[in-house]
Write a protein that binds this ligand. Sequence first.
Ligand code: PEP
Ligand code: CO
Length: 447
Amino acid sequence: MTWTPSSWTDRPAKQQPTWPDVHAAQAAIDELAERPPLIFAGEARQLTEHLGRVASGEAFLLQAGDCAESFRVGTADAIRDKLKVILQMAAVMQYSGGVPVVKVGRIAGQFAKPRSSDTEVRDGIELPSFRGHIVNDVAFEASARVPDPTRLLHAYNQSASTLNLLRAFTRGGYADIRQVHAWNLEFVADSPAGKRYDEIADGINRAMRFMESCGINLDDTNMRQVDFYTSHEALLLNYEQALTRRDSITGDWYDCSAHMLWVGERTRDLDGAHVQFLSGVHNPIGCKVGPTVDPDELLALCEVLNPDRIPGRLTLITRMGADLLSTRLPPLLAAVRDAGHPVVWACDPMHGNTFSTEDGTKTRHFDSIVREVIEFFKAHRDAGTWPGGLHVELTGDDVTECLGGSHDLGTTDLRTRYETICDPRLNARQSLDLAFRTAEALSSPAS
Ligand code: PEP
Ligand code: CO
């Protein structure tokens, strides 16, 4: 069967909204199809190349950002602070871990959310679930929960303006490695992680001065600019299809809504629409892998998503949960290794460690997150495979959504600043802490 941008429509598509006015929805999709692409195919190819280096153990992937971006928090400060934390984490991992870090944001398009239930019940009232700001609003009111197709265009517009600012920051000097001290956020600087970060920043500055004194030109674009890529879950297939364009250079199809797209744990059925859609676009793609996948199913997914075995084309993002990882991951690592698939293995230590407190607040404990990362490295060392990346939900804000960390947030602290519209995110301090723990695991010799 030949692939086309619409051939997914022959397959069952889970998690799609039911738009009350199908004509209005079609009009929005038609308008999106006329809009310019958000990324250029050449950039997606470059990311595949960078990820190819991760697949072969020469680099590390950091993929991070919101669980769900919000239409209400697209301010310049929020975007800048998220970028700052990601740049800081990458600097820590690159300096202490000793490998180049490929930086990918869950940003500029991460608006659609899969839900485990179609409805949500509160105090005996049942309403349609919140599906991300690209579909409806989070407020628990009947009118807010009605899917509104004008949101598709809003999501495109916010993605475009976010990406525009990210491009300005990463190309215009803000991400210059000589700014390494300036990325330390005020509320982080006084914490142990912030202080430790400043020591690393000093070390980087000393190394730069040394190189300069040796006559190495630090005005090189590699020093002044950073390659920062965007990604999101390719969930709303009509939206993704509308932004899928044929590259004029190669003639190949690219989903130009982001550099990298991934298929989530709930929609990665081998014969389903999402896998079918992603199998045909030439962007680098990710596939979430939870504890229920067996080796044969995973190999079949690798075969469908990367039949030509292009290094960097496919990233397997494992999200097992700290308790299950040591039994569930090793058979998968062995199977993929023995079949010779050149995948990037990334660890999502967030989604297998979510639980609700007694009052029903969704949270995660920092210690479980760290434990999953450490178990991930151990499983890879044992299998002789490369622990290639970290995939996390974070924000640059001083929120209190995940428990633990250096300030040892407890359940009562969750009430102070719990702002996520979907899953609980690490705050900037916890994120930096996690980067240090990951760098330690990266630099410790294989056992
Ligand atoms: C997510 O990454 O926000 C998500 C929904 O993850 P998963 O598909 O792994 O549950
Ligand atoms: Co999430």
